[in-house]
Design a protein around this ligand. Structure first.
Ligand code: PEP
Ligand code: MG
Length: 771
């Protein structure tokens, strides 16, 4: 059988129908109104290549050097040719078309979507590469299915599998064929409050197809509904200027003006809201965890297009929010109070506790890494266990299924990078490198911060590729306060941009520099000044391109000497007792102006190339004197500070207390680096797990410094922002929006929730002002 109907598919069929197919099947089986459709199974693809005898040639064509871009392109083309130009056996073709004729009226427009089985492929960049086609009818259907198959061999997919030593013939692909809903109204729904977990359902709705809401080109109505009574508690009706509709003849989508009388009209009737609430409760009951649902209404019927879990993590100091996972993985990827019950969470075999630094649950073999030269032993799917991660470890961290450290807190390198990579991590266990052994199979829970003995997460369930589980362009609530995203590793830029963030609030260039493997001095000695500046320009340009025209705030170098010491050439670095208080940030830049000049040269070149979205940010300043000196160096580097947007980080109490003088020195913005501001205000080392419970970014003293700085900046017309980790916490968001901050920059995984939280606080402010 080449096809399986969604009615007959369950979550357990993931090997046959892939993640997407299994998720839709599970929803259908739960009695939820999913548009009808079927899946061309993974076996069909496999049988096709084997029986046509193209399999050997296909996989042989993949035997290339992935760094050779010509060879890569040729491999992709050969695979595409082999798959799309080989005839599909008549009986398979007929079976697919026969199934199609049973969908809708027999001539329905359908969506054709790849659904990779992914097996134990943990790499984030894999699944997102596969094709989806909308508005397909009979004549193109089989061709489109084959193109989905061929998309298994996109250049990027080949590159990643080859680089990671993953064999190309271990991957299969199913294809979902599903009736399109010609939506009259559409939107999203959170079945519980995304930040607080309260039993309130939040619905956003607009006219026409969901794409208008998703792309942010229209702001939707917002309804907050009590789950028990289905009564609307708060509603904000937006002025909906545009809508997307589908031409019923051609299937083409176009954007049109909303007729005047409908612009400010409420999109949903009470009955429709009631129906949505009913469905929201059903889907949440089914998965036993709050869901983020995409829905559409056609001809009075509500359809569910997708459902994913919302994860609400309770931290020691309150509630932190992240969303993750695809519907089918609701029980595995996310772990909040509800889904946690589904894990085998008996504490009996918990070996160690630490801080849950990057969400997700994974099992794998522990690889104890104590020296950098041991990184080679980390293969795909292993769990790195190390004292503390270093920038050189990033390539191995990308291969790993999980990360465990002895040392470090929530703002340590390991925590920041693993969150950006979407790799589950537990940091600050104290003794993992001593208590775990090489090759021991363990399960780590990056939410709860536990490490258990043995394999607890099922292979196919763990660490679903990130692009697969997060929407490419998530629904973006319109907020007056901008919501941006932090990026530390340029490879994360695409994921970061896909969040729909209003720009990058912090691009740390340390990782670009440290990933060269040499200190800047050594790199320049070996390769010349131009090569070093080129590296910076290219690294920054990748992110600036991804976000253009949205602003990207690039911070000049701020690497503590202990990180530089690990690199080739690092012997010359000072050996400091407390690198956090030492030779880093602007102090080092001002002390070594010739080194700083290379960074400034990179900025100058980017601006000259037309990247006017690049902004410059100075780290760890204490007072206006630091700024005047930096401005002087900018001028010497050929930059006119008047013409560019630049500012400082507020990371020390001194800078917060001297913000008036900083404003006089000409800054355009001040951005709170709460990781450092907290450590310097409370005298708590941010990387020391022994005092992690004292690292409180919401401490009244820290809030006092932030609050008064925002007030002064508002008075002086200086923009304010936050780019420390605390910007991802709901309580901090509430505090900052109430104080009137200009923008908030969050971690990639928290952007969407921060957008919703900001919107909620803004609405409350507006309501309070009219009441
Ligand atoms: C901060 O200090 O909050 C910050 C964002 O900078 P970093 O974490 O790189 O020190
Ligand atoms: Mg800092």
């Amino acid at each position: 059988m080449a096809v399986l109907w969604l009615d007959d598919v369950r979550a357990a069929d993931i090997d046959t129908v892939g993640g997407k197919g299994a998720s839709l099947g599970e929803l259908t089986a739960a009695g939820l109104p999913v548009p009808p459709g079927f899946v061309v199974t993974a076996d069909t693809y496999r049988t096709f290549i084997e029986e046509a005898g193209i399999d050997e040639e296909l996989f042989e064509a993949m035997d290339i050097d992935p760094e050779d871009s010509k060879a890569l392109a040729a491999a992709h083309e050969r695979a595409h040719e082999l798959i799309t130009e080989t005839e599909l056996p008549e009986e398979v073709r007929e079976e697919i078309l026969e199934a199609y004729r049973s969908v809708g009226d027999g001539e329905a427009f359908v969506a054709v979507r790849s659904s990779a089985t992914a097996e134990d492929l943990p790499d984030a960049s894999f699944a997102g590469q596969q094709e989806t086609f909308l508005n397909v009818q009979a004549e193109k259907l089989v061709e489109r299915v084959k193109e989905c198959w061929a998309s298994l061999f996109s250049q990027r997919a080949i590159y990643y599998r080859t680089r990671q030593g993953f064999s190309h013939d271990k991957v299969d692909i199913a294809v979902v064929v599903q009736q399109m809903v010609d939506a009259e109204k559409s939107g999203v729904m959170f079945t519980s409050h995304p930040s607080t977990g309260e039993p309130r359902i939040i619905i956003e709705a607009a006219w026409g197809l969901g794409e208008a809401v998703v792309s942010g080109s229209v702001s939707p109505d917002n309804y907050v509904v009590d789950r028990d009574s289905a009564s609307v508690q708060e509603e904000t009706l937006a002025d909906k200027k545009l809508m997307m509709i589908k031409d019923s003849e051609t299937g083409e989508t176009s954007t049109v003006d909303v007729p005047d009388e409908k612009r400010t009209e409420r999109v949903l009737s009470d009955d429709e809201i009631e129906r949505l609430v009913e469905l929201g409760c059903e889907v949440e009951d089914h998965y036993e965890t709050p869901q983020d649902v995409e829905w559409a209404i056609y001809d009075g019927e509500v359809y569910m297009l997708q459902s994913r879990p919302i994860t609400t993590i309770s931290g020691s100091d309150g509630v932190e929010v992240a969303t993750d996972g695809d519907g089918v993985d609701a029980t595995t990827l996310s772990s909040n109070g509800n889904s946690g019950q589904k894990q085998s969470s008996s504490d009996g075999d918990t070996l160690l506790h630490g801080l849950g630094a990057s969400p997700g649950i994974v099992s794998g073999e522990a690889r104890i890494v104590t020296k950098l030269d041991q990184l080679d032993k980390v293969s795909e799917g292993d769990i790195i266990v190390t004292e503390m991660t270093m920038p050189d470890m990033v390539p191995a961290m990308k291969r790993a299924a999980g990360i465990v450290t002895d040392e470090g807190g929530m703002t340590s390198h390991a925590a920041i990078v693993s969150r950006e990579l979407g790799v589950p991590a537990v940091v600050g266990t104290g003794s993992a490198t001593r208590e775990l052994s090489d090759g021991q199979v363990i399960t780590i829970d990056g939410d709860k911060g536990t490490i258990q003995e043995g394999q607890k997460a099922k292979k196919e369930e763990q660490h679903e590729p990130v692009e697969e589980v997060r929407p490419k362009t998530p629904v973006k609530p319109m907020t007056a306060t901008e919501v941006k995203v932090n990026v530390s590793i340029p490879e994360a830029a695409e994921r970061a941009a896909a969040t729909g963030a209003d720009g990058v609030g912090l691009l740390r260039i340390e990782h670009m520099v440290l990933s060269l493997g040499k200190t800047p001095q050594k790199y320049i000695a070996d390769n010349g000044e131009k090569a070093y500046v080129d590296e910076l320009v290219e690294g920054i340009r990748g992110v600036a391109d991804e976000f253009y025209p949205r602003a990207v705030r690039v911070r000049t170098l701020d690497a503590p000497t202990d990180e530089f010491r690990q690199l080739e050439g690092g012997d010359g670095e000072p050996n400091e007792h407390n690198p956090m208080l030492g030779y880093r940030g602007i102090r080092r830049s001002l002390d070594t102006p010739e080194a700083f000049a290379h960074e400034l040269e990179a900025f100058r070149r980017l601006w000259e190339m037309g990247y006017d979205n690049v902004e410059l940010m100075l780290p760890l300043v204490n007072d206006a004197e630091d700024v005047y000196r930096a401005v002087q160096l900018m001028r010497e580097a050929g930059i006119d500070p008047e013409k560019r947007t630049w500012g400082v980080m507020i990371e020390t109490p001194a800078s917060a207390l001297s913000v008036r003088e900083l404003a006089e020195a000409g800054i355009d913005f001040a951005s709170f680096g709460t990781n450092d501001l907290t450590q310097y205000t409370l005298a708590v080392d941010r990387n020391n797990e022994n005092v992690a419970d004292r690292f409180d970014e919401l401490h009244p003293a820290v809030l006092e410094l932030i609050g008064s700085t925002i007030e002064t900046c508002r008075e002086l017309g200086v923009k304010t922002s936050i780019c420390g980790q605390a910007g991802s916490k709901p309580q901090m968001v509430q505090f900052l929006v109430n104080k009137g901050i200009t923008s908030i920059s969050a971690n990639i995984d928290a952007v969407r929730d921060v957008q919703h939280e900001v919107k909620r606080v803004e609405q409350k402010l507006m309501l309070d002002s009219v009441r």
